[in-house]
Design a protein around this ligand. Structure first.
Ligand SMILES: C=C(O[C@@H]1C=C(C(=O)O)C=C[C@H]1O)C(=O)O
Ligand SMILES: [Mg+2]
Length: 481
């Protein structure tokens, strides 16, 4: 039986027309392969669908897939990828070679996958979304107990909107014990999703408390690092801190996403649910994107506030472009990324100096880097080579990571770390997960850090982190300093 064409108007959530499908044949083929190989086989079917509001798709999963969703918007609004439900987990708590272990699991699932994708566009077909913790050796707290050090999901249903086209991918893992009833089960799930009527009710949610966690301890750590730099070999260390908020009612993820989408332009907007918690944010910083052979990465470090008037904003921007402390802070990132990319790719190109990246609350020194991928430079191997850049770790890298591990009170978890998507053709895009927070029902932790160099002023760095809290405080209704 083919999945007949039908349109579904979902209470104003979204309208999707599903054409007839080859899913039945695909499932039969996958079950036969599973019997032959004696291991599960993924089948992935891609259909062109009507374009809808991406947030509506995410919202439609609220009822039946809460805790099993992801949302991704590219920093230039060029792509949206929404995952609903979890078809397969790819995760590891390995400390050493964790990127290799994730890549091995991913390749194992992909090597036998039955892919029905006549369109072949990036971000369609088998795709995994997720990320890595900043430092698997950092002493863990309860804060990130719902996330592994390496955690990715292959979604059951995935809506992709790319260059004005929209697609629905359906992923099913078939085992040798499955039969044709699996098809009907998935078609019913899909019909249920497309007919859901939940909508975004943006009701008020009062804040009960908002507390900076150990700000003085953070300032003392900054001072300690600055002193150590006066006569040591440490050149830069990024130190981050946490603010904790609690509310009368559970925080509505969709409402926070809605505000981030509206307010934080030029940023990757993401939400990643795991076991009831949600890591969410609006990051201006790409770690690395792979599109065919093309590679794109970003050097982002050096910050100043936005001005209240166009003249003041221009004056502040020019001040940043000529400030030695921020230029040195930025150059550490450029030097490291350029060197790393030259080791594994060709035609590495970057401008002679930084320009300004202006965001709603802050402006940064920004140097884009492009390159051509070498034969063995997979996206995950590039992530392993780059993470952490001096924008989130420091220089020298190992010593900076050890210093963060020792001095920083914050359990960073996935904050400041690679988060993004990878498809079955090896394309993908990973951000450095900044301007972010962890939502835990009626509580949330938000995170902000800054680069500490020998000329850092403790209070200036503290103020810089207050500015970096603003994107999440605006989205969460918190009080901004
Ligand atoms: C660490 C953060 O931001 C990073 C540090 C910056 C700086 O110190 O100037 C600027 C951009 C980011 O690379 C953060 O937002 O938490
Ligand atoms: Mg800075």
């Amino acid at each position: 039986m083919k999945d007949s064409s039908y349109g579904a108007v979902i209470g104003g959530i979204f309208l999707v027309t599903i054409q007839h499908t080859e899913l039945k044949e695909g499932i039969q083929k996958a079950i036969a392969k599973a019997k032959n190989l004696e291991k599960p086989v993924l089948v992935s079917e891609v259909q062109k669908v009507d374009q809808v509001e991406p947030l509506n798709v995410f919202t439609a999963g609220h009822q039946d897939y809460f805790g099993e969703r992801f949302f991704w918007k590219g920093s230039s609004d060029e792509i949206f990828i929404i995952g609903i439900g979890i078809c397969e987990h790819i995760q590891s708590d390995q400390v050493t070679d964790r990127f290799f272990h994730v890549e091995k699991q991913w390749k194992n699932v992909m090597e036998e996958a039955v892919v029905l994708n006549p369109y072949g566009l990036e971000g369609t077909g088998p795709t995994m979304f997720g990320g890595f913790s900043f430092d698997p050796l950092k002493e863990k707290t309860e804060l990130w107990s719902k996330f592994s050090d390496s955690i990715f999901h292959i979604p059951r249903f995935m809506y992709s909107q790319y260059d004005g086209q929209s697609y629905m991918t359906t992923n099913i893992v078939c085992t040798q014990h499955d039969d044709e009833s699996l098809l009907q089960k998935v078609l019913n799930e899909r019909k249920q999703l497309l007919s859901c009527s939940s909508s975004l009710q943006d009701s008020a949610n009062n804040i009960i408390s908002q507390e900076e966690i150990a700000p003085q301890q953070w300032k003392n750590a900054v001072g300690q690092v600055v002193n150590a730099m006066k006569n040591g070999d440490m050149k830069k260390v990024v130190l981050a801190r946490e603010t904790r908020l609690s509310y009368e009612k559970p925080i509505r993820i969709e409402s926070v996403l809605n505000k981030l989408i509206k307010n934080q332009k030029n940023s990757f907007i993401f939400a990643f649910e795991s076991n009831g918690d949600c890591f969410i944010g609006a990051s201006p910083e790409r770690l690395v994107k792979k599109q065919g052979k093309q590679l794109f990465t970003t050097c982002l470090a050096g910050s100043i506030k936005r001005g209240l008037t166009p003249d003041e904003d221009e004056q502040l921007g020019n001040e940043l472009l000529s400030d030695q402390k921020n230029l040195i802070e930025h150059q550490y990132v450029v030097d490291m990324i350029k060197r790393a990319m030259e080791q594994v790719s060709s035609n590495v190109e970057l401008p002679n100096g930084p320009v300004l990246l202006k965001l709603r609350d802050i402006q940064h020194l920004y140097t884009p880097v492009t390159a051509e991928a070498g034969e063995n430079s997979s996206l995950l191997s590039l992530i392993e080579r780059l993470h952490p850049t001096p924008a989130l770790g420091g220089v020298p890298r190992e010593k900076a990571v050890e210093t963060i591990r020792e001095l920083e009170a914050l359990d960073r978890g996935l904050y400041g770390s690679p988060l993004g998507w990878l498809d079955y053709k090896g394309n993908g895009d990973f951000a450095v997960a900044l301007r972010s927070g962890l939502i835990q029902q009626n509580e949330a932790s938000i995170f902000a850090g800054c680069g500490v160099v020998k000329d850092s002023d403790i209070d200036s760095e503290y103020q810089e982190t207050n500015i970096k809290f603003r994107p999440m405080l605006t989205a969460l209704g918190g009080n901004k300093q």
